[in-house]
Design a protein around this ligand. Structure first.
Ligand code: OFO
Length: 195
């Protein structure tokens, strides 16, 4: 006959198993989130390489902006890692592809930045689509922050490119842009704090 204490343990065990099966990520969502972790890590490296190139070219404002972006991308990666691990998955830390380390011009560098952000937005959208297909509303909800973040980052990249196009080959204009880039403030309708 089962003792009362044994019954208690069994009940707790069953509850834990039930809770785990309810919150666990499916294998396909876990795999998709792990791919996104790699993309965020690569984004951080891409911005770090851009920061270094700008720094050795003497444009400290642009370098500072890129170092900050690199750190933000690392934070995006960490946020995903924590989420995967907390939901019963296992975040994978994988090998990264090498970023470009030199650029033909600042315009080329910012063009690359914009096309990379568009690539990341498409990847997030695909991920959101998978969560809906699998009816994983918790992950779907979690990813909304990334959707809004991408809208903002694409807007910043477009804004910078517009300014760089206006400057053209004018060295004085680039000097002033470098001085002011840290103050660049782009608000989008997706930003919940925007008026
Ligand atoms: Fe991770 O926000 Fe852009 O790439």
């Amino acid at each position: 006959m089962m003792l009362i204490s044994q019954m208690g343990y069994k009940l707790v065990d069953n509850l834990l198993t039930l809770q785990k099966t309810k919150i666990m990520l499916s294998k396909s969502i876990e795999k998709a989130l792990n791919s996104q972790i790699k993309i965020e890590a690569e984004s951080s490296q891409i911005y770090l390489a851009m920061a270094c190139w700008a720094e050795v070219k003497g444009l400290e404002g642009i370098a500072g902006f890129m170092y900050k972006q690199s750190q933000e991308e690392r934070d995006h990666m960490l946020k995903l890692i924590k989420f995967v691990n907390e939901r019963g998955g296992h975040a994978q830390i994988s090998e990264l592809s090498s970023p470009h380390v030199t650029f033909g011009s600042f315009k080329e560098m910012f063009e690359e930045l914009l096309s990379h952000e568009i690539f990341v937005s498409n990847s997030i959208n695909e991920l959101v689509h998978v969560t809906l297909q699998e009816r994983d509303y918790a992950t779907h909800n979690f990813l909304q922050w990334y959707v809004a973040e991408q809208i903002e980052e694409e807007a910043v990249a477009r804004n910078i490119l517009d300014k760089i196009n206006l400057i053209g080959d004018d060295k004085g204009g680039l000097y002033l842009f470098d001085r002011d880039i840290e103050k660049l403030n782009v608000t989008t309708v997706a930003d919940p704090t925007a008026q």
